[in-house]
Design a binder for this molecule. Sequence first.
Ligand code: GLV
Ligand code: MN
Ligand code: MN
Length: 415
Amino acid sequence: MHSPTNPTHSVAGLLAEIAEIGTESLRGGYYRPVFSTAELDLREWFIAHANARGLDVEIDAIGTIRAWWHLPSRVTTGAVLTGSHLDSVPGGGAFDGPLGIASALVAVDILRARGFVPEKPLAIAAFPEEEGSRFGVACLGSRILTGAITPARALALRDPDGNTFAEVLARNGFDPGAVDADLNGIRRFDSFVELHVEQGRALIDLDAPLAIGSSILGHGRWRASVRGEGNHAGTTLMTDRRDPMVAAARAIHVIRDLARAIDGARATVGRLQPVPGGTNVIASRVDFWIDVRHPDDAVTKALVEEIRSTLGVVAAEEGCHSQLIEESFSSTAHFDPVLRTRLESMLEGAPVLPTGAGHDAGILASVIPSAMLFVRNPSGISHSPEEYATDLDAQIGAERLADVLQGLLAGDHPG
Ligand code: GLV
Ligand code: MN
Ligand code: MN
């Protein structure tokens, strides 16, 4: 590790600049869905900081931003990638995503302040729609680029207002016809290191500011639809109802119990939408989304099948019909052991931790060696306004990211 350096900006200072962007007055925290005004403002902030550092900004067909610290020779193979995302979940915290971008900018400052001259190019990426909070598919940008989702399926995804991803891209000046996987673009990089706020409490318990990631828990999203009969809340006897809300409520309860019975499983219903949604209206349909995670993909699939059959039974008992559709799935991802060992030697003593949260690094790991760094979160809470990192830990994170990038950019190892 290197001794502390004084960069132009602190991570906390950079994040303070965007603290008012996309705040949620009702739910608290932030809502910065991809291509919303808030997320576009964050893009401008990132690009302004890239320009201020003389980094070359490249924006691809789906809006991924890459800010390049090029070599004079403009070599574009054997490059190193860092960065994260700018979009957020509804009511999210300030750090999930932007911490990785701000830390990468500060890491460049730190490397320059050290007088370090890279032997390979570096790019800082902001991947679009990591959370999938607008179009439903998590890590949509990295999935498109790696070919994990077809352009046709991605472009047809709809946001809650009915706009397709293709329409939203076009409205933002992109050509939907140009959307395609870009494996050659990704293979310009021989490593990706994503720094992220920790989303659990392992580093609190270990009393350490930073960890190296080992794996990402397999996870997927399924949309359940229960159809019944919309009717009047006052004139419809309790015995005459086909109420999908009751079926959904019963199913959600069983989903919790099914997941609890399996060691290491998680199942969450965090979003539910009654149609049409009125106090004195029996819903005609209820949609709800189920997030299921387990280290063993076969266990996840088996749990989802149990959920499917339970939902069918409960819906039938309430006089309703149900459907369960997979929206996205990611197998458990294990980060490249060679890259991880290199990080362990650069960050002596840093603990190595698995995570239950999904990340673009987990998607890119199927194409290029990828790794993650986690910065301690003193609340142990994430996807909530409570998520945070202290100014000191955030700065330590940038400094350690600079150590790692310095090692990877020095060119004394292949990849
Ligand atoms: C993303 O943060 C996820 O784990 O869903
Ligand atoms: Mn994230
Ligand atoms: Mn997240």
